[in-house]
Write a new protein. Structure first.
Length: 212
């Protein structure tokens, strides 16, 4: 089995295990392969191994890589997971199927203007970190009210680095319940098992899928 396929199967198995421990249905958890900085060849190895959901964090990079790949693999689902500039909203709306990084009203306005109607996650700054994108927890109720024109599927977060992520995952899960959405986009290479146990419906895994 090629290495990429082996890594994919190992991560799928680990997610299924985590789901079982938490008494969840593994089918509730979507694995998004984060393919930023990876070549089309690396991506196609994973597609051949059965992976369908991919995530990119920059519109420009995605625009150079994905139109070709999409023609060859029309059933791929492409997720925008990085900070999105309003002036790229139109390009993003044309290229992506899901957006995980709605974090300010001006971006919502730009997306509505671009005709975007796909599943959208609101990014929450769960660690209240100054340098990080995301809506502050205290602002979340007003923000969700203000972006009602979009199809808000759920919440997304990137917990602070270098600290135990589980409390932040639990916090995001609580916010999802409180605000009556269902999608929970959380967990990366180092912590996708913990995220899956704490309710993630989407995990975004790059390094662990593409590197040994
Ligand atoms: C890069 C990235 C990931 C994946 O990170 P890994 O640690 O490589 O798995 C997940 N989410 C976002 C928003 C990213 O930018």
């Amino acid at each position: 089995m090629p290495d990429a396929a082996a890594r994919l199967h190992a991560i799928r198995a680990a997610l299924a295990d985590a789901a079982r421990v938490a008494k969840r249905d593994p089918a509730e958890i979507t694995l998004v392969a984060v393919s930023k900085n990876r070549s089309a060849e690396q991506i196609e190895e994973l597609i051949e191994a059965g992976q369908r959901h991919f995530g990119e964090n920059r519109v420009q990079e995605a625009t150079t890589k994905w139109p070709n790949l999409r023609r060859r693999h029309p059933d791929v689902v492409l997720h925008m997971i990085g900070r999105l500039q309003s002036n790229k909203a139109e390009e993003a709306a044309a290229l992506f199927d899901v957006i995980h990084s709605l974090d300010r009203p001006s971006l919502a306005t730009a997306l509505v203007k671009a005709g975007w109607s796909g599943p959208t996650y609101v990014q929450v700054n769960v660690g209240e970190e100054q340098q990080k994108g995301g809506v502050a927890i205290a602002d979340l109720p007003d923000f969700l009210e203000a972006v009602r024109d979009l199809q808000i599927t759920g919440l997304m977060a990137i917990p602070p680095a270098e600290v135990e992520p589980a409390p932040f995952f639990a916090l995001l899960a609580k916010l999802v319940q409180r605000h009556d959405v269902s999608g929970l986009s959380m967990g990366m290479s180092g912590d996708y098992r913990a995220a899956a146990m704490l309710g993630a419906t989407v995990v975004r895994v790059g390094t662990a899928l593409f590197e040994d």
